[in-house]
Design a protein around this ligand. Structure first.
Ligand code: ATP
Length: 453
């Protein structure tokens, strides 16, 4: 397709240079690789097979061994034991020229200590394809220009590489790797210095390169981007493969807790449909005696969504609603498999939904009011809320006469808010624990003292 401002002739030559730089697909086999730096064991018996045309993301905490494994695959490091082969050839047996025709690398540190123009830096990617004393051919020039265009660095082509920004330099080094036209590309944090727009643009471009047949491995810290663009993720932890598979099976709360020691919740991004990881501040786990069995959440928007994510991360069972479908809380509940009563926006509460909500509030140890709005769907629940056991309020405040004039609903709603334990999202678990003790559980303990007497 001709892009805006591009003549059909240029589009044809782009196609030709893309064809020229399109390598045959390759398989990478890592078998039982172990590697130490002195006493420090960094890789332990790592085995992986990466199929032709696959885009694999290496994810894992700092120091997990992602860069070391990438450098072992590129043959920059030799493993103490085990092998790395590309299409059956051990990469450590190849000459550096043969290796450069097979594997291109975008390193984590892209600083270049000489002052060549950007175009010359990209042209270095063509060196492995030329005999030692021959100069660049028209084909080389076409491939270089196309790589500059694809990485949107063409306007930088005449500037010295040591005078462009870190993010621009990262794109230039990617252009050099594209010009190298290798079947395998290894990218170490390819989006680390890029702004949000160039991050997405760069990974879209990498995806295109994969779709053209390249096998690509990228170490990526941004788990959301890794989930969005990679076919498969390999989670490294302490130099071993902790998980390996499609993003949805690798990015789970348990895996992130084990490998990153992080309290994180994984939901589905409503726009991309891929996994989104939200790391939470280290949650202050309440004592087991004051942990509620069941919490009901009544509210809307980001506040209720945050409550759901936090309770889910703490492993507390909960229900939600009524809530408008499309509300952020409804989306979050859906992505975490939390039961929710969903209603049409602004609709009156159907009798069966009202009955279900009343039962859920009555049976919950604690009901969290999160940015609750007194309206058509919540007003019918006032009777139940007035007698509910433990109430916690987040971003839910008593209403003034001006906010809600007329019926006695405002006074009854305000009484519920005042009875509730006031909380912030950060202090939610403690507030829920307090409300559990102050609600049904404390009454239970008083009863049991009576019985013992
Ligand atoms: N050349 C080296 N000499 C000694 N130790 C090293 C060397 N390179 C890496 N290490 C150590 O090996 C371990 C793994 O490092 P590596 O760079 O592979 O981790 P990583 O997963 O890429 O980390 P990050 O996410 O921080 O980039 C770290 O403990 C690091 O300090």
């Amino acid at each position: 397709m001709t892009e805006p401002g591009q003549s059909p002739e240029t589009a044809d030559s782009d196609l030709e240079s893309d064809e020229q730089s399109r390598p045959d697909p390759a398989t990478i086999s890592v078998e039982d690789c172990a590697l130490s730096f002195g006493e420090l064991s960094v890789l332990e018996d790592v085995s992986l097979t990466i199929e032709p045309g696959e885009f694999v993301g290496f994810v894992g905490p700092n120091g997990a061994g992602k860069t070391t494994l990438l450098r072992t695959i590129s043959a920059a490091l030799e493993p103490d034991s085990g092998t790395v082969a590309i299409d059956g050839t051990d990469v450590h047996d190849l000459s550096s020229r043969a290796s450069s025709r097979l594997v291109s690398v975008v390193p984590q540190n892209t600083s270049i200590s000489f002052s060549f123009p950007v175009r010359d830096v990209v042209e270095m990617g063509r060196h492995p394809h030329r005999s030692r004393f021959s100069s660049a051919t028209p084909e080389d020039h076409a491939v270089v220009e196309r790589a500059l265009e694809r990485t949107r660095t063409a306007e930088l082509a005449d500037r010295p590489i040591d005078e462009v920004s870190g993010g621009q330099r990262q794109r230039v080094v990617l252009a050099r790797a594209i010009a190298q036209a290798t079947p395998v590309m290894l990218l170490d944090e390819p989006t680390a210095s890029l702004d949000v727009n160039h991050q997405v643009e760069t990974l879209e471009l990498v995806r295109e390169l994969v779709d053209e047949g390249r096998t690509v491995i990228a170490a990526i810290h941004d788990l959301d981007l890794a989930a969005r663009y990679c076919d498969r993720l390999v989670l490294l932890s302490d130099g071993t493969v902790a998980r390996d598979g499609p993003p949805a099976t690798v990015l789970t709360g348990d895996a992130l807790a084990d490998s990153f020691d992080a309290n994180a919740v994984v939901t589905q991004n409503p726009v991309t449909g891929t996994e989104t990881v939200t790391a939470l501040a280290d949650a202050h786990e309440p004592e087991p005696a004051s942990r509620p069995d069941q919490v009901h959440v009544l509210g809307t928007g980001a506040a209720a969504a945050g409550v759901i994510a936090r309770l889910a991360a703490a492993g507390i069972d909960m229900t939600l609603g009524p809530v408008s479908s499309g509300d952020a809380a409804a989306e979050t509940a859906r992505s975490l498999g939390v039961e929710a009563i969903e209603t049409e926006p602004f609709a009156r509460l159907a009798p069966e939904d009202r009955a279900t909500a009343e039962t859920l509030v009555r049976e919950a140890d604690v009901t969290v009011l999160a940015d609750l709005v007194l309206g058509a769907s919540t007003q019918p629940l006032l009777d139940t809320l007035e007698t509910a056991d433990g109430l916690v309020a987040i971003e839910t405040r008593p209403l003034s006469e001006r906010d809600f004039a007329g019926t006695d609903a405002r006074a009854r709603y305000n009484a519920c808010c005042e009875r509730a334990v006031d909380a912030t999202l950060e202090g939610l678990l403690e507030a829920v624990a307090d409300a559990t003790v102050g609600g049904s559980s404390s009454r239970q303990s008083v009863d049991s003292i009576d019985a013992n007497d």
